[in-house]
Design a protein around this ligand. Sequence first.
Ligand SMILES: C[S@@+](CC[C@H](N)C(=O)[O-])C[C@H]1O[C@@H](n2cnc3c(N)ncnc32)[C@H](O)[C@@H]1O
Length: 247
Amino acid sequence: MSGPLPRLYDDLASWWPLLSSPEEYVAEAEFYRRTLTGAAIPVREVLELGSGGGHNATHLKASFEMVLVDLAPAMLKQSRLLNPECEHIHGDMREVRLPRRFDAVFVHDAVSHMLSEEELARVFATAWHHLRPGGLALFCPDHTRETFAPYAAHGGHDRRLRGMRYLEWAHDPDPADTEYRVEMAYILREGEEYRVVQDRLAMGLFPRATWLDLLSAQGFAAAAVPHATASPAEGGGEVFTGLRPVE
Ligand SMILES: C[S@@+](CC[C@H](N)C(=O)[O-])C[C@H]1O[C@@H](n2cnc3c(N)ncnc32)[C@H](O)[C@@H]1O
């Protein structure tokens, strides 16, 4: 992600649990847990890059010791509330270098914020750097070039004092480049007061072969794995794994 953060990750970050509640992640987190244990070594310590509000981590932390890295201080603050027992680190997945290694690296939908092949390759280098030999990296883009189709979706949740509904409109202004756009409209309720806010997210879109080629170029044994729980609106339902070979 280059330029200013989307408002969702910045001044609106406290609304994240009302846009996408932690309970919604149960089934997919179980799929990620199983996939991560496909490493060639036992998986105990997991680094999550772009951990956001920590909704996957709320489920994965029962099985793994999680270290959570995100670029947005306001999202880290949300995650700390949910996951006080996890270590949180402010960092950029394109360049962060921690002085330790992990059994697995997990990059969920945050990897969709990489807009160029160069950025994607930098994330793969970060994952490689932090993995022990035999460790596994798992990347879960929202879409690939082959499976993306424009869509609109909506959702949101209510709590007693606050509620939110959103409209998400994904479109691809220039199919020749490696980006698509998500226009967001949020209706935010505080007590009986309502306001509407607009936001925009720039997302990366790469052919399946690019994912596999860049992972291989980094040295990973790369694979595409069908996503067990993705809905058709969530694209082709494929995630990518990279095994760091045992030396
Ligand atoms: C959709 S949220 C992730 C939500 C997360 N899957 C969860 O379980 O709550 C995307 C996150 O990616 C983070 N992000 C975007 N670019 C990043 C980068 N270069 N390095 C680290 N985090 C980044 C954003 O700050 C945001 O918190």
